[in-house]
Design a protein around this ligand. Structure first.
Ligand code: APR
Ligand code: PHB
Length: 391
């Protein structure tokens, strides 16, 4: 059974769904093909801080109503070390703020919007395979409910995440990969308890990193740095809260409310970039093309900026100009590398790196100390935290 569309989108994470919504807005036909179920996709708990650039793109796509009603605008962010907290006034330093709104909610809004406008999504597609993207008529094959299907398209958008099929289908000699793996993970816990503060707290302690984040005034997301050898089953909720509380600055520790975990998981930290992001009629966007460590919450924001650029490039193509698709990879990568740099730097600054040795530890302390005393240094952090412009 064969069907045809303009853009075949592989993956129904935030990249694929936002790309679909932006293309729909531009009048470009698209089909999303996802290997998991919608519930499975919604069950993945990820970060929850949106840059203005991402909010603008969600607005452009027509999916920002709930985000504006329920999202929490934050004007500042806190760094803590030595039991002291230091606020970085994002809004005063940059004129911008960030929006706290979970990736799960963004995904839900995008799914609802897609259903409402009637664009097709195939969930639980098996054996998804991309073909012919080095020629002018690419196509996708997959199996849906035991039936083999073929989807012909003008373009394929690989929005299928780090482990997806699209990047893996590119000949090895056509792609260069850059990677850094960090020697620890983040153990995260989600619970219906009030946040420990009205803003996020990123903490560096001699026991390791901690982050106190939130989803709403009644739901919190907490993280602690942990060894990669730890297993989530070894961490009871109480053990998590005990360790998290020890790493919080004292005023916030005193406000910690404990409650049963709704979700608890360990995520490894990785920096990864693939170059280029275009192979003939196949484009990579989001986690399919790059990964950042979560420090700074750039993953979802980069996914949004990639598909913002890609949707414009494709719209230009359909208006008769190839310039957009020819420069997509280069333009997207320019922004990606800057977010990679910030996420890497912020990770180095805040975590405990036992292998750095005493000199490395002193450098880290000097940098933290400098940062909280220098407005110039804070401005550089703020500018990156709220997100660089989409150029
Ligand atoms: N065929 C179809 N779908 C696939 C395949 C495949 N072979 N492989 C993976 N997928 C799907 C996954 O099931 C997932 O739903 O592609 C989707 C990719 O979604 P994400 O991993 O969420 O990636 P992306 O949409 O780029 O979003 C990036 O997610 O990982 C976070 O921090 C990251 O916030 C960032 C965001
Ligand atoms: C989150 O809320 O999950 C979160 C927030 C900020 C980060 C990472 C994760 O830097």
């Amino acid at each position: 059974m064969t069907t045809r569309t303009q853009v075949a989108i592989i993956g129904a994470g935030p990249s694929g769904l936002l790309l679909g919504a932006l293309l729909h807005r531009a009048g470009i036909d698209n089909v999303v093909i996802e290997q998991r179920s919608a519930d499975y996709v919604l069950g993945r708990i990820r970060a929850g801080v949106l840059e203005q650039v991402a909010v603008d793109l969600l607005e452009e796509a027509g999916v920002a109503t709930r985000l504006h009603a329920e999202g929490l605008p934050h004007d500042g962010v806190n760094l803590s070390f030595d039991g002291q907290r230091h606020r970085i006034d994002l809004h005063r330093l940059t004129g911008k703020r960030v929006m706290v709104y979970g990736q799960t909610e963004v995904t839900r809004d995008l799914m609802d919007h897609r259903a409402a406008v009637g664009r097709p999504t195939v969930y639980e597609a098996d054996q998804v395979t991309v073909h012919g993207f080095d020629g002018s008529n690419p196509w996708v094959t997959y199996v849906e409910g035991g039936v083999a299907r073929r989807l012909d398209a003008d373009f394929i958008a690989g929005c299928d995440g780090f482990h997806g099929v699209c990047r893996a289908s590119v000949p090895r000699n056509a792609i260069q990969e850059y990677e850094k793996v960090y020697p620890f993970g983040w153990l995260g816990l989600l619970a219906d308890v009030p946040p420990v503060d009205h803003e996020l707290i990123y903490g560096h302690t001699e026991r390791g990193f901690m982050l106190a984040s939130m989803r709403s005034s009644t739901r919190s997301r907490f993280y602690i740095q942990c060894p990669l050898t730890d297993k989530v089953e070894d961490w009871s909720d109480d053990a998590f809260y005990d360790e998290f509380q020890r790493r919080l600055p004292p005023d916030a520790a005193a406000r910690l409310v404990r409650g049963p975990s709704l979700e608890k998981s360990i995520a490894p930290l990785r920096s990864f970039v693939a170059e280029p992001l275009r192979f003939g009629r196949l484009f990579l966007a989001g986690d399919a093309g790059h990964i950042v460590p979560p420090t700074g919450a750039k993953g979802l924001n980069l996914a949004a900026s990639d598909v913002g650029l890609l949707s414009r490039a494709l719209a230009e193509h359909y208006r008769g100009s190839p310039a957009g698709i020819d420069t997509y990879s280069q333009r997207a990568l320019a922004r990606i590398w800057k977010a990679e740099r910030f996420s890497w730097w912020f990770t180095q600054l805040m975590h405990l790196f036992p292998d750095n040795g005493p000199f490395g530890a002193k450098m880290q302390r000097a940098e933290l100390d400098y940062l909280v005393r220098s407005e110039a240094a804070q401005k550089a952090v703020a500018e990156n935290y709220v997100g660089l412009p989409l150029e």
